[in-house]
Design a protein around this ligand. Structure first.
Ligand SMILES: Nc1ncnc2c1ncn2[C@@H]1O[C@H](COP(=O)(O)OP(=O)(O)O)[C@@H](O)[C@H]1O
Ligand SMILES: [Mg+2]
Length: 453
């Protein structure tokens, strides 16, 4: 109650060396409900102003020590004080340059001897003016903040639109390629088994022939040597086996591509998160393995827990995995390059015992929540940059390589579209960890227990 009163009560600082003037002003102002502070010289006034800021200053011009003009100049020079209205007081007999005071920033003059009504009226006007000014400033600040927020929102929406469009066409392309490869690979794969059987039959037939006809006619003998029959016998089954392996791998890649694009799914769908992670890793495989000669490949350690199917938009979640894993590979590559540059002078960051590594851990954290930790032992992120990671367009990569959109989009997809969370923990020099949190179920309506409660 008391503080509230103090807040409403306005303080006026009276600076004057004349005790009679002070007394008169004190009585008038006090009677009108103002709090009055007194300073008997310019120096004292300036000192007081360091600890408490009044709402208005009544300033005598002629004072021993620094005069009113100088006091006013110093007040106006201070960032914190310059907005306080200053009213000069002059005796009618003083011949002062009134314009000088106004130029220094004073708002008004009153003349002594003080006319009570005039002082109060002028004080009132200036306090009101100041109040209006302040309200206006707050309003302008508020509107500016609102406008800035709208612009940011608009920018984010635009990014999402562009990125969404890009991902949709990339998804279509990937799905199209997967579809086209799927047919031919299926008949290669499907025919390999019978081909293998036919070859076995043929070779068996040759064996049978050799067993029963001990002395082969000369042209057959010559032909057998020409084709190196023993080597062919040994090599052909191996050849078929590696063809089968290759075909199998292509089938897996096709499956991953389809899994990754998952265009068909426009609504929340319970999926195996590990499948999404594996598909994404398979698509990134070429970046994990292909290294310059002499440089170490990237090791991936999977530490998968037991997870229930997670309700999500699978293609969006895969996009998040792609963004975070691609960043981890970028970071490890950067460190590998540093290693190569400083090979001679310093001990490298990585070795055969401590290879560049991506560690993926999944676990069910609570009945309705899972976490996915994706860590790398790359260069880490300087603390000052950590707060900016999720900002759109923030990148430390050279133009053409980084867009600065990966993490901001991932954050939006997880937080806004999936009610999940994305956070980053990093120690410079040691590595970076991104933690994805996702609810198992998306809406109360889709929760199996919802109907009961
Ligand atoms: N695993 C990581 N290790 C180190 N820095 C990272 C890692 N992931 C992200 N960053 C930093 O965050 C920035 C933003 O990432 P991102 O939004 O994906 O944009 P971009 O990859 O296009 O730069 C990167 O430029 C990089 O500085
Ligand atoms: Mg990125």
């Amino acid at each position: 109650m008391d503080t509230q009163l103090q807040e409403q009560q306005q303080t006026i600082l009276v600076v004057d060396d004349n005790p009679t003037n002070i007394e008169v002003l004190f009585d008038v102002l006090d009677a009108c409900g103002y709090r009055v502070a007194i300073a008997k010289s310019g120096e004292v006034a300036l000192k007081r102003l360091q600890s408490s800021v009044p709402d208005l200053i009544l300033l005598d011009v002629m004072m021993p020590g620094i005069d009113g003009f100088e006091t006013c100049r110093q007040i106006k020079a201070s960032e914190d004080l310059r907005d306080i209205p200053v009213i000069f007081m002059t005796a009618l007999s003083d011949t002062v340059d009134k314009v000088k005071g106004l130029k220094l920033g004073a708002v008004d003059y009153i003349t002594k001897p003080i006319q009570h009504e005039e002082v109060l009226a002028r004080i009132n006007v200036h306090l009101q003016l100041r109040h209006l000014n302040q309200t206006l400033e707050t309003q302008v600040a508020q509107r500016t903040a609102e406008l800035t927020a709208s612009v940011t929102q608009l920018k984010e929406a635009q990014i999402q639109l562009v990125q969404g469009e890009k991902m949709a066409s990339l998804g279509q392309l990937v799905a199209g390629i997967a579809h086209e490869i799927n047919n031919p690979i299926n008949f290669i794969y499907g025919n390999l088994r019978p081909a293998e059987e036919y070859i076995e039959d043929l070779l068996g037939f040759v064996d049978c022939y050799q067993t029963h006809i001990l002395e082969a006619p000369a042209p057959i003998q010559a032909r057998m040597e020409e084709i190196d029959l023993p080597f062919l016998r040994k090599d052909l089954p191996q050849l078929i086996r590696s063809m089968k392996l290759g075909a199998d791998r292509i089938r897996q890649i096709v499956l991953s591509l389809r899994n990754f694009s998952r265009l068909d799914e426009k609504e929340f769908k319970p999926v195996d998160i590990h499948e999404g992670l594996d598909s994404t890793l398979l698509i990134l495989q070429y970046r994990l393995k292909r290294r310059d000669s002499g440089s170490l490949p990237i090791t991936v350690i999977k530490d998968y827990g037991v997870l229930p199917p997670i309700e999500c938009y699978p293609s969006q979640i895969n996009q998040v995995f792609m963004n975070i894993l691609a960043n981890a590979i970028d970071a490890l590559e950067e460190q590998l390059q540093l290693d190569q540059q400083t090979k001679q002078s310093q001990s490298p960051h990585y070795s055969a015992e401590h290879p560049p590594t991506i560690h993926i851990q999944t676990l069910q954290q609570a009945a309705d929540r899972i976490t996915i930790h994706i860590s790398d032992n790359g260069p880490g992120i300087p603390e000052a940059l950590q707060a900016k990671l999720f900002d759109a367009f923030f990148t430390t990569k050279p133009p053409g390589k980084g867009t600065g959109l990966g993490l901001s989009i991932s954050y939006q997809l997880l937080v806004e579209k999936h009610h999940g969370m994305l956070s980053c923990h990093s120690k410079p020099g040691q590595g970076t960890q991104f933690v994805i949190e996702l609810p198992v179920h998306q809406s109360v309506a889709s929760h199996p227990l919802a109907a009961i409660s």
